[in-house]
Design a protein around this ligand. Structure first.
Ligand code: PLP
Length: 407
C-alpha cells in the first residue's frame, strides 16, 4: 500500500536536519547519487527520474563529460571576479550568441536573477531612448518568473505572493493566448511583454504559435520589447535548442537557467538588436554570475549537443511519452484529461476531485519521480537523454501507481 505524505513525514525531516529551513515540502527520501535517468537513495533504492531537478538535468545525472569539465575547471580556476576576463564565460557567451544569433549575454546564477536582469533591461532600454514613461512590464496570466521581488512581482500567482506585499509596482497581466486582449494591453507605457513560451509552474500550458507571432507584431508596432522566459522550456526541452526557435518567433531578449549547466547554478539573459547596448558598465552585476565552474559545465553541455542529436531524441521520446500519457487519460477518463505540452515538457491534467499531488508520493514508492505543477497537473520534464525503453519503464510504474489509487 502506498504511503502518503503526512505531518509525521514533515516532522521526521525536521528531526533529521533541524537547521534546514522548512520552506520546501521535501519528500521522505534521501538522495545520495545519480546516474543517467536514475537517482539512488541511501538504501540503494533506484528511482526513474522524470523530474530531473525540475527540468534541470537535461543530460541526466553524473554525465561523465560534465563531471570531467567541472573537475578540470575546479582544479584550474574557481573564481576571479567579473572584474576580469576568463575563458569559460567568454567562450560560453560567444557560443550562445552564435547559436541564437543574438549579440549580448549577461550571466547570473538562477532563473529569477535572469528575469530580474530582463526587467531592468526593459526599463533601462526605454529610459535611454528618452521614453521615461515607458516603465510597465506586462506579463501573462498564470505566469511564473521566480521568487525574488521583481520576478515575483511579474509572477501571476497569489499563492507565491501572499504575505510578501507590497511588491514592486509597474507590473500588469494579460490573458495568456488571447491576442485581442494583448492588443489592448500593450501601449506607449509598456516597456516589455515578458512571457513563457510554455508556462511551466502553472501546469505545462503552451503558448499558441499565433499568440507569440502576434506578440512580436504588436510589440514592434508599439515600441515594446518582447522577452521570452525560457528558464524552464529552453535549452532543448521543446525539441529545439531555444523555445524561440521552436516557435519561430524572435524575441528581443530571452532568459535561460535550469538546464544550461546541467545542474550547476547559472542563469543567462541573452539580448539582441538595439536593446543589446542598453545596460552599460555599472548598470547591473553580480559576484558569482557566470563564474568559471558553472560556465565550463554549460560550455561542455553545448559541446555534447554537437555530438549527440538531443533534438531527435526529444522528438522520439517526447512523442512516445505523449502517446503513453494520452493512453493513460483514455484508460482512466474519470481521473485524467488529454496531455498538454511539447517535446519533453508534458503535463497530464488531473480531474477533480482527484489531486495531482496525491500521485507523487505513491509513485516515489514505486521508484518513479514525478511532480505536481499548477492547474492540478502532473508534470513530466525528464532528462532529454531518456530512451524509449526508459519511457516505457516509467509508464509501467505510473500505471501501477494509478491502479493503486484509482483501481
Ligand atoms: N522562470 C521560469 C519559467 C521558471 O520555471 C522558474 C523556476 O521554476 C524561474 C523563472 C525561476 O528560476 P529559479 O528557481 O532558478 O530562480
Amino acid at each position: 500500500m502506498a504511503r502518503m505524505l503526512t505531518e509525521t513525514h514533515a516532522a521526521r525531516i525536521v528531526t533529521r536536519h533541524p537547521h534546514l529551513l522548512a520552506n520546501y515540502a521535501r519528500a521522505e527520501v534521501n538522495i545520495v547519487r545519480g546516474e543517467g535517468v536514475y537517482l539512488f537513495d541511501e538504501s540503494g533504492n533506484r528511482y526513474l527520474d522524470l523530474v530531473a531537478g525540475i527540468a534541470v538535468c537535461a543530460l541526466g545525472h553524473a554525465h561523465p563529460r560534465i563531471t570531467r569539465a567541472v573537475a578540470e575547471q575546479a582544479a584550474t580556476l574557481v573564481h576571479c571576479s567579473n572584474l576580469y576576463n576568463h575563458e569559460p564565460a567568454g567562450i560560453l557567451a560567444d557560443r550562445l550568441a552564435e547559436l541564437s544569433g543574438f549579440q549580448a549575454v549577461f550571466f547570473c546564477n538562477s532563473g529569477a536573477e535572469a528575469n530580474e536582469a530582463a526587467i531592468k533591461l526593459a526599463r533601462k532600454h526605454a529610459w535611454r531612448r528618452g521614453e521615461k514613461e515607458r516603465t510597465t512590464i506586462l506579463a501573462a496570466n498564470g505566469s511564473f518568473h521566480g521568487r525574488t521581488f521583481g520576478a515575483l512581482a511579474a509572477t501571476d500567482n497569489p499563492k507565491y505572493k501572499e504575505g510578501f506585499e507590497p511588491l514592486p509596482g509597474g507590473f500588469t497581466w494579460t490573458p495568456f493566448n488571447d491576442i485581442a486582449a494583448l492588443d489592448a494591453a500593450i501601449d506607449e507605457r509598456t516597456a516589455a511583454f515578458l512571457v513563457e513560451p510554455v508556462q511551466g509552474e502553472s501546469g505545462v500550458v503552451p503558448a499558441t504559435r499565433e499568440f507569440l507571432a502576434a506578440a512580436r507584431r504588436i510589440c514592434d508596432e508599439r515600441g515594446a520589447l518582447l522577452i521570452f522566459d525560457e528558464v524552464q522550456c529552453g535549452m532543448g526541452r521543446l525539441g529545439r535548442l531555444f523555445a524561440s526557435q521552436f516557435y519561430d518567433v524572435r524575441p528581443d531578449a530571452f532568459t535561460l537557467a535550469k538546464s544550461l549547466a546541467n545542474g550547476l547554478p547559472i542563469g543567462a539573459l541573452i539580448i539582441g538588436g538595439a536593446a543589446a547596448t542598453a545596460l552599460q558598465p555599472g548598470d547591473h552585476g553580480t559576484t558569482f554570475g557566470g563564474s568559471p565552474v558553472p560556465a565550463a559545465a554549460a560550455l561542455e553541455h553545448l559541446r555534447i549537443r554537437e555530438v549527440i542529436d538531443l533534438d531527435a531524441n526529444v522528438a522520439a521520446s517526447g512523442a512516445l511519452l505523449h502517446s503513453e500519457l494520452a493512453a493513460i487519460a483514455a484508460d482512466w477518463p474519470m481521473h485524467f484529461e488529454a496531455p498538454r505540452g511539447h517535446g519533453l515538457m508534458l503535463g497530464l491534467p488531473v480531474r477533480a476531485p482527484y489531486a495531482a499531488s496525491a500521485f507523487v508520493a505513491p509513485a516515489l514508492e514505486r521508484g518513479l519521480l514525478i511532480n505536481a505543477a499548477g492547474r492540478n497537473t502532473l508534470r513530466f520534464v525528464p532528462p532529454l537523454i531518456i530512451s524509449n525503453d526508459e519511457v516505457r519503464e516509467a509508464m509501467v510504474r505510473l500505471r501501477a501507481t494509478i491502479a493503486d489509487i484509482a483501481g
